[in-house]
Design a protein around this ligand. Structure first.
Ligand SMILES: [Zn+2]
Length: 372
């Protein structure tokens, strides 16, 4: 067997050394990436390694020059990507995650390793890990709102007073919901791809929440202030300015870090709570009874409670905070928050549909004693 001590001029010695290095490299790769990959199916690349070769191994490592090491690192990455591409990865504990994947230290196990392959990320939708629940809650929510949106758009025009205008108004709500939910499930799917991809998609995810809130305001303000175009326009403009500000804040790189979890909950809570002003306006102008009956305030109050509960659980990381490691896969705060977002958006749609029906019942008439 040729060793690195063979004379430099010996051609056959060099070729043998090359083969040797090749085997060493494969062995080293597996030793380093082993914890991230499944054992099964690895036998082919793991040649039997006689104990006598151990000393030589160390020597080979020592003589590796820098460019060679860089080349090996590249090859190692390629090999890893290939295995991940094949779906041969396994979940890993929180403490071995790279910093950019460390988000919630109460989820102790079941994390996906970094997988710089979109194919692998999308295939992981069908595997069980810390993000499975987050992906599916918003993937199913996305399908639900896409269907509801299509059904609403296809509704015969005879059910609307001003079909085009009203469909645009509902369309804004569905656009916000569909964008928010799709950005969200996409973010949770590709979150483990790489630092850059995770950062880009987290910005989209947060922007989506702002879009959902802005979109939700549109039909609510449209039907609640049906006969008062001026306050309607003012409130709509304010929520747009606040929403766009939230989107701008979400582009800040540090916004997505665990340190700013409360800031995030606060920004979106504040955006949602800006609805308190038009609610007060409506209630003072029309009285509490009309606000709760005709104004559907009960439903909107329930919607607000759901959003606030979701944001609170998200910020405080309840329940996993009290039982670290027990909610790694199911029922972690983020999943509960996701479910509450979908439920709240649905309750909002129901409330807004009732408002639409009421205005249709009045045949869109605005009289002096009618609502606003
Ligand atoms: Zn999420």
């Amino acid at each position: 067997m040729a060793s690195r001590k063979a004379p430099a001029g010996a051609g056959s010695g060099l070729a043998a050394a090359g083969r040797e290095r090749e085997r060493e490299r494969a062995h080293l790769e597996l030793a380093e990436l082993g914890p991230l990959l499944e054992e099964k199916g690895d036998q082919a690349e793991d040649p039997p390694c006689p104990a006598a070769r151990e000393e030589e191994e160390e020597e080979v490592v020592r003589v590796l020059t820098l460019p060679l090491q860089a080349h090996h690192a590249m090859e190692k990455m390629e090999e890893f990507v290939y295995k991940v591409w094949e779906g041969r990865w396994r979940v890993i504990p929180y403490d071995v995650l790279p910093d950019w994947l460390k988000d919630n230290d109460y989820l102790l196990h079941g994390h996906r390793p970094p997988m710089p392959s979109f194919r692998a990320c999308f295939r992981s939708i069908f595997r069980i890990h810390t993000e499975t629940g987050n992906i599916w809650t918003h993937l199913l929510g996305f399908v639900l709102f896409l269907c509801l949106g299509i059904l609403t758009m296809l509704r015969p025009n005879m059910y609307f007073m001003a079909p085009l205008q009203e469909k645009v108004v509902f369309g804004m709500f569905f656009l916000g919901a569909v964008l928010c939910l799709s950005f969200s499930w996409l973010f949770h799917t590709v979150y483990c791809h790489s630092e850059k991809v995770s950062r880009t998609f987290s910005k989209l995810d947060y922007s989506g929440i702002a879009l959902l809130i802005m979109g939700s305001f549109v039909p609510w303000l449209y039907y609640s202030f049906y006969c008062s175009p001026q306050p309607r326009l003012i409130y709509l403009s304010i929520v747009c300015v606040l929403g766009i500000s939230a989107i701008i804040v979400a582009q800040w790189d540090r916004f997505a870090t665990p340190k700013h979890r409360q800031t995030r909950a606060g920004v979106f809570l504040g955006l949602g709570l800006s609805g308190v002003v038009p609610t007060m306006h409506f209630t003072i102008a029309e009285g509490f009874v009309k606000a709760t009956t005709v104004g559907q305030m009960g439903w909107f109050f329930l919607m607000a409670v759901m959003y606030i509960t979701g944001a609170g659980l998200y910020a405080a990381r309840i329940p996993e905070r009290f039982f670290p490691g027990k909610f790694d896969i199911w029922f972690q705060s983020h999943q509960i928050f996701h479910v509450l977002v979908v439920a709240a958006a649905f309750v909002h749609f129901y409330g807004v549909s009732n408002l639409q029906e009421f205005r249709y019942g009045l045949e869109g008439g605005c009289t002096d004693d009618s609502l606003l």
